[in-house]
Write a protein of this length. Structure first.
Ligand code: DX5
Ligand code: ZN
Length: 224
């Protein structure tokens, strides 16, 4: 799966920018990744609930909301209620992640848990049993266009192994620095869903960029 991040899109034309990646065949995004930042959990401020609600009404592709915010226990279920398909919260910010996953699902969304590059997965394995997606950050959250941190692939390999052996049931997603040069190593490590911001929206034709990323994943013949 490919999930273009609209963090690198033109914020004055977000509806059209989503439409650009909602084409057909291999050029169609599987999810559209929406980065919500609160200026506290990360040193950047982007968009919030009203914008997500408006985008969920016009988007033909499911919205994947990545909440880089403090106190997600309080705010995240609202995103599920307003139409997000998958709502990801940060393990470093959640107070009661098991209850939060239950609340997200009760509000109609899939529940995602994200870990920053320096956060170990081992501490969160029990909690992950309650989640539908694991978002492994491959850059420090906050900004698009940063360089991929290959060391996080150990976490992807661990998660992949636990899923393949039936200990976890979730989708493994990676976010940060994914482009034509890095996507194959992530695919080989066992990623299911690739977030790409600048590699898609910085390209002349975002649809062609999605096709190209998809081709690289398929070519390395890694996990389906
Ligand atoms: C970073 C965001 C990412 C970002 C990725 O904090 O979570 O989703 O948009 O951008 P690229 O693909 O340019 O690294
Ligand atoms: Zn993100």
């Amino acid at each position: 799966m490919i999930a273009p991040s609209i963090l690198s899109a033109d914020f004055a034309r977000l509806g059209e920018e989503i439409e650009v990646v909602s084409g057909t065949g291999d050029a169609r995004a599987d999810w559209v990744h929406v980065d919500v930042m609160d200026g506290h959990f990360v040193p950047n401020l982007t968009i919030g609930l009203p914008v997500v609600e408006s985008l969920s009404r016009v988007s033909r592709v499911p919205l994947d909301c990545h909440l880089m915010i403090d106190d997600p226990d309080r705010w995240a279920p609202d995103y599920a209620e307003r139409g997000a398909y998958n709502v990801t919260v940060h393990a470093e910010a959640a107070h009661d992640p098991v209850m939060l996953a239950k609340n997200l699902r009760a509000a109609g969304a899939q529940a995602g848990l994200s870990v920053k590059p320096g956060t170990s997965l081992e501490d969160h394995l029990e909690v992950l049993k309650h989640y539908d997606t694991l978002l492994v950050m491959s850059v420090e959250p906050g900004f698009g266009g940063q360089s991929f941190i290959p060391e996080v692939l150990d976490k992807v390999r661990l998660a992949r192994r636990l899923v393949d052996t039936g200990h976890l049931r979730l989708l493994v997603e990676i976010d940060g620095g994914i482009n034509d040069d890095t996507i194959e190593q992530a695919a080989e490590a066992g990623v299911d869903c690739f977030v790409a911001g600048s590699a898609v929206y910085g390209a002349e034709d975002p649809g062609v960029a999605i096709e190209r990323l998809r081709r690289r994943v398929n070519r390395c013949g890694a996990h389906p």
